[in-house]
Design a protein around this ligand. Sequence first.
Ligand code: FE2
Length: 307
Amino acid sequence: MSRARVRALRSVDIGLADAAGGGAFFEKVWNLIPVAAEGGVHYLRGSGPFHHILSVRRTPKPCVIRMTFDAADRATVDALHAQVKAHGLATIDPPAPLRNPHGAYGFGFKDPEGRNVAVVCGVADHAERADQPDRPRKLSHINLNADASDATIACLREALGFSLSDTTKRLRFLSCNSDHHSVVVGFSGGPTLNHLAFEMPDLDAVMRGAGRMRDNGRPIEWGPGRHGPGNNVFCYFLGPEDFPIEYTSEMQQIDSAHRPGMPENWIWPPGRLDQWGISAHPSERMEAAGLNVRPPPTRPTARPVRR
Ligand SMILES: [Fe+2]
């Protein structure tokens, strides 16, 4: 029997000390669309169909509370739950009906490094899903720092059905649909966040977004450039409380014929860090920022909110 797989990185829940300020930033500067604010939690969507792609709530320090992956239906949720159980993790909640806006059905678990992961189906998504100028469509990918990199990768592949799409000296790239990558895992510094990437409709939207960030006192910390693996355009920034974020576009689309690259396939000529040859190194502040973004020290648990 073939392995069940998630079909998208749907949303990420983050915590900031100033949740209201963070929510305002992601609406007014980052250009997401607010969809709900309940119990101090700000839910924001992109122009794509997902009900929300980001939620922001108050926590003592910046953190990634949970990443949520989309499954096709209840049978797939159940199959993924069986795979997660078979993987032998310590904390796994059973599938259960969920409360809106979290979906109809799903479960949560803690991955090998303690990150909270949810798998859901049946979310009340939006009918209007056309691109809007200069607005992110969706989350493109989450890039995780990882000390237990092999264990994290094995969990993503064996429990959630991800495929390895590329490997460099510093990173491994994983896909769950036609996007070259939806999750990227590093080899050290975990379990912290390297960055969270939002997909813009085109290159111009990335660059105008960079201008909007600059107008708001947040200069480009790395980029612009075009990555090797994934071939996507990038600009990196520090959001509220130095939360590391990226605008990206033009992600490579792959299919079952794709063969993962190896580190020797991704060696840049001296002085280069991107395909255009214009990008300098990330700022020191950018390199350090994600190491401060950890999973929450205490519960909330892995599970999405139940009915
Ligand atoms: Fe990225």
